[in-house]
Design a protein around this ligand. Structure first.
Ligand code: GDP
Length: 294
C-alpha cells in the first residue's frame, strides 16, 4: 500500500536531514519533490497544490529555517498536514438515539457493497449489537443470494422480499427489524456500472423511506480519481455521510484515500482490506499518515 509515495517522500526527507540548516531554496526544492510524489500517487492536482502551499507556508514561517533539526520539523509538518487532509481524526458511525440505527450502503456495482455490508454487520455483532442485513439489490438476484450466504456465515439475519421492489423491501425491512428487535439495519442497495438517473432516483426514494442515520458510499480505492468523481456525484444527490474505501489492500498509489475527503468534504469512515469477511477496519487518518511517512 502506498509504497512508492512512501519511498518518494522518505527520499525527500533524507535529503533535507542531510543538509543541516535549510535555506528557503532548500524548502522550495523539497516542496517541488513532494508535489511530484503526490501527483505520481494520483492525488488530485488542486488538492496537491493546496497541500504543498500549506506545508510551505508553515515550513518557512515557523522558525524551521533557524532550527537545528529543520528536516525533522518539515517531516512533522507534512505528517500533520497529511493527517488533516484525510480528515484529522477518526470519523465514527452516527448511532440513532432511538434504535434502530439505519445504515444505507450505496455505490457502483463491483465496488464491494455486498462484501462490505457483511463486514459491517460482523463489526456490529462483535460489539454486541443485533444487526439485520437487508438485501435490496433486486436487479441482481445473485447479490441477494450472496448476502444470504454471507449472513449465514456470520450468523446475522438477512431480510429480503421475493418479487418485491427495492422500495417495498426498504419499507418492509423496518417492520422486520422491529419484529426481530434488531438495533442496526444495514441496507445493501443496487449498484450499476455507471452513475445514471434511474439509480439515483431509486436511491433517493429509498432514502426517503428509510430515513437513514448514515448513507455510506462504498468506492473502490483502486480506481483512483474515478473513485473521487463517483464520490462527488453520489454526494451531490444523496448527501452521503461517509465513505468506505474498499480494496485498499490492492491500492498501490493512494490517490483516492488522499483526495476523497478534500474533494467532497465527506469523511472516510472505514476501509476494506481484503475479500475475507472480517470486521470492517475503521479509517484512522493519523495512522495512515504515519504509514505513508514510514
Ligand atoms: P458489489 O457489486 O458492490 O456488491 O461488490 P461485491 O461485494 O460483490 O464485491 C466485488 C468484488 O470485490 C468481489 O470479488 C469481492 O470479493 C471484492 N472485494 C470487496 N471488498 C474488497 C476489499 O476490500 N479488498 C479486496 N481485495 N477485494 C474486495
Amino acid at each position: 500500500m502506498f509504497e512508492s509515495l512512501s519511498n518518494n517522500l522518505q527520499a525527500v526527507f533524507q535529503r533535507l536531514r542531510g543538509r543541516g540548516r535549510l535555506t528557503e531554496a532548500d524548502v522550495d526544492e523539497a516542496m517541488r519533490e513532494i508535489r511530484r510524489a503526490l501527483l505520481a500517487a494520483d492525488v488530485n492536482v488542486k488538492v496537491v497544490r493546496d497541500f504543498v502551499d500549506r506545508v510551505r507556508v508553515r515550513a518557512v514561517g515557523q522558525d524551521v529555517l533557524k532550527s537545528l533539526t529543520p528536516g525533522q520539523q518539515v517531516v512533522k509538518i507534512v505528517y500533520e498536514e497529511l493527517t488533516e487532509l484525510m480528515g484529522g481524526s477518526q470519523a465514527r458511525i452516527r448511532m440513532a438515539s432511538k434504535p434502530p440505527t439505519v445504515v444505507m450502503l450505496v455505490g457502483l456495482q463491483g465496488a464491494g457493497k455486498t462484501t462490505t455490508a457483511a463486514k459491517l454487520a460482523l463489526s456490529f455483532r462483535q460489539q454486541s449489537h443485533r444487526p439485520l442485513l437487508v438485501a435490496a439489490d433486486v436487479y441482481r438476484p445473485a447479490a441477494i443470494e450472496q448476502l444470504r450466504v454471507l449472513g449465514s456465515q456470520i450468523d446475522v439475519p438477512v431480510f429480503s422480499l421475493e418479487g418485491g421492489s427495492a422500495l417495498d423491501i426498504a419499507r418492509a425491512s423496518l417492520a422486520d427489524a422491529s419484529r426481530r428487535g434488531a438495533d442496526v439495519v444495514i441496507v445493501d442497495t443496487a449498484g450499476r456500472l455507471h452513475i445514471d438517473e434511474a439509480l439515483m432516483g431509486e436511491l433517493e426514494a429509498m432514502k426517503e423511506i428509510l430515513a437513514p442515520h448514515e448513507i455510506l458510499l462504498v468506492v473502490d480505492a483502486m480506481t483512483g480519481q474515478d473513485a473521487v468523481h463517483v464520490a462527488e456525484a453520489f454526494h451531490q444527490r444523496l448527501e452521503v455521510t461517509g465513505v468506505i474505501l474498499t480494496k485498499l489492500d490492492g491500492d498501490a498509489r493512494g490517490g483516492a484515500a488522499l483526495t476523497v475527503r478534500a474533494a467532497t468534504g465527506c469523511p472516510i469512515k472505514f476501509v476494506g482490506m481484503g475479500e475475507k469477511i472480517e470486521p470492517l477496519e475503521p479509517f484512522y487518518p493519523e495512522r495512515m499518515a504515519s504509514r505513508i511517512l514510514g
